[in-house]
Design a protein around this ligand. Structure first.
Ligand code: ADP
Ligand code: MG
Ligand code: MG
Length: 521
């Protein structure tokens, strides 16, 4: 069977009894291996006593091997690219700053940038940044075109599902070993299930940054996704003998302080837990802090800035968080910008990339422009912004709305505006806020791929067969910022999230997607 036809005949046919048995095996495996969520925050006692299984796909999703390998190859260039962006203060000030960049009209970005600039003026003591990244892709397959991978976005803060995706890959491998999926497809063979070692990969990045006593995990109150976070903690202990401490922003407001001389970060704890009454922190790993709703008072921003003022290495730094803005992704598509970061030989010496490598990155870009631009789709149309008239960026977005998505500078899902919702959204958007939105062409996923999706509770308890779209995520990390301009970076496993074809949004935490894995073809 030719590979292309696999996509249009997926999932393989199963009887009702087979679906039922696979569902039982899959959910049992999820409970046995921690492929789980905590119940909603309101129902959580301080010490967990129940959990539900994560939303899951019964089959892995087919993906051409060549594209899977390509995504892993270009991850190394992306790791370096985003490290260099985070180090380019002039660039971030211009694009994301509060004087003329996105931070001028987006309060959240403006607050982060302004705090960061103050820290820079005062002098930072820790030059190193640690990024744990995830670059997300969809298959793009307009009619009569061979499928290619197109980047949805590049995440630089609180990237999740490393642990759960590793477990989901394990689940599909287990279902194959246990049942051979009832010989429903000749493509379901062990060699087509790629290994996924994401937890060890991400933990290697954290361990590379670690020096002093503990790593601080900054987490959200009432977090339900703890089973995606705890495995990193267990692996740090098992493989690197590194201890961690988990705290929310609210807890840190009371517990965190800096040694006045050395700016070493200390977290006070009960002497019953440690005789010194505090832990020294080497590395701050954020699984929080990406949404404005987490910074409800100035104290929350002050806490964030205190962590960055310290000697601890922040994952991510504010610079890296700003580098992950959707605006930066759009600016990277403009002429000369990739060249600035990757192929300026005078600047990068040995670590210069050639035209072929830049081409490969560019081929993963969809078309993008700022909502505030004029006729050239590159530079802001100041006349239109000041008069409140509709500039070319806006009228073009209206005209092509059905093939576009609008994105603000936000993370975590549920913030975008799609297709026929675009015109009425544009009618009400205040002109000055155009600067904080980007316009992106919609990726056109292949038709005819389905799967069985299993969600805990509600009407969908049984496996539900639907047409689906799968989003591939590639993890990576980079440690950089020391004097010699060296960037230590690695790839670190992968993720697949699958959603019903009718949903525009993705996201597992937001309830749109389920966890999935890859079947190479
Ligand atoms: P967030 O940072 O909130 O995750 P994303 O840029 O990933 O924002 O957008 C959320 C979801 O919207 C994606 O997971 C994907 O399903 C969908 N999406 C985003 N951009 C595109 C696009 N260009 N084409 C098709 N779908 C897209
Ligand atoms: Mg996303
Ligand atoms: Mg994101």
């Amino acid at each position: 069977m030719a590979p292309a036809s696999v996509l249009s005949e997926w999932p393989p046919k199963l009887t009702e009894a087979q679906v039922h048995e696979l569902t039982l095996l899959a959910t049992s495996y999820a409970f046995s291996t921690g492929l789980l969520y905590l119940p909603p925050a309101k129902q959580q006692p301080p010490i967990p006593e129940s959990a539900i299984h994560a939303p899951l796909a019964l089959f892995p999703s087919p993906l051409p091997r060549r594209l899977f390998e390509q995504a892993q190859r270009i991850q190394h260039i992306y790791n370096i690219l985003y490290a260099r962006i985070a180090l380019d203060e002039e660039f971030l000030d211009r694009i994301m700053g509060a004087e003329n960049g996105v931070g001028k009209v987006d309060d959240f970005i403006g607050q982060l940038w302004t705090g960061w600039r103050q820290l820079r003026d005062e002098g930072l003591v820790q030059p190193l940044h640690l990024g744990l990244f995830r670059s997300d892709y969809l298959l793009h397959a307009p009619p009569d075109q061979a499928p290619t991978l197109k980047q949805v976005e590049f995440n630089t803060i609180s990237v999740s599902f490393g642990a759960l995706s590793e477990r989901t890959a394990g689940l599909h491998r287990y279902l194959q070993a246990a049942t051979q999926y009832y010989n429903s497809s000749p493509h379901i063979r062990p060699e087509n299930f790629p290994a996924n070692d994401t937890v060890a990969g991400l933990v290697e990045g954290l361990a590379a940054a670690h020096k002093a006593s503990r790593i601080l995990f900054v987490v959200q109150p009432g977090e339900r996704n703890v089973f995606d976070q705890r495995p990193l903690e267990y692996k740090l202990l098992e493989r690197h003998s590194i201890h961690i401490i988990r705290q929310t922003f609210d807890e840190l407001a009371h517990s965190a302080s800096l040694d006045p001389e050395t700016r070493v970060l200390r977290i006070s704890v009960s002497p019953d837990l440690h005789p010194d009454g505090f832990f020294e922190i080497s590395t701050v790993y954020f699984r929080a802090g990406y949404a404005p709703s987490e910074y409800l008072t100035p104290v929350h921003y002050q806490t964030r800035f205190l962590l960055e003022r310290s000697r601890a290495i922040n994952c991510p730094t504010i610079a890296l968080q700003l580098a992950g803005g959707k605006k930066v992704q759009e600016v990277l598509t403009q002429p000369g910008v990739l060249e600035h970061f990757l192929s300026d030989e005078a600047r990068w010496g040995k670590a210069t990339f050639g035209p072929q490598e830049l081409d490969e990155l560019r081929q993963s870009f969809m078309g993008m422009w700022g909502l505030d631009v004029g006729k050239d789709l590159l530079t802001p149309d100041h006349d239109a912004l000041e008069s409140g008239k509709e500039g070319f960026g806006v009228s073009r977005a209206r005209e092509l709305a059905l093939s576009l998505v609008l994105k603000p500078q936000r993370e975590g899902g549920g913030n975008n505006v799609y297709k026929d919702s675009i015109p009425s959204f544009l009618d009400t958007l205040p002109p000055k806020e155009r600067q904080s939105w980007i316009v992106m062409e919609l990726i056109v996923p292949p038709n005819g791929t389905g799967n069985y999706l299993i969600r805990a509770g509600g009407a969908n308890q049984a496996a539900l067969k639907v047409d689906v779209v799968s989003e591939l995520g590639i993890f990576g990390w980079a440690l950089f910022g020391g004097k010699d301009e060296d960037i230590t970076e690695k790839g670190a496993g992968w993720l697949v999230r699958t959603k019903g074809k009718d949903s525009d949004e993705g996201g597992v935490a937001t309830g749109f997607s389920v966890l999935d894995s890859v079947l190479l073809q």
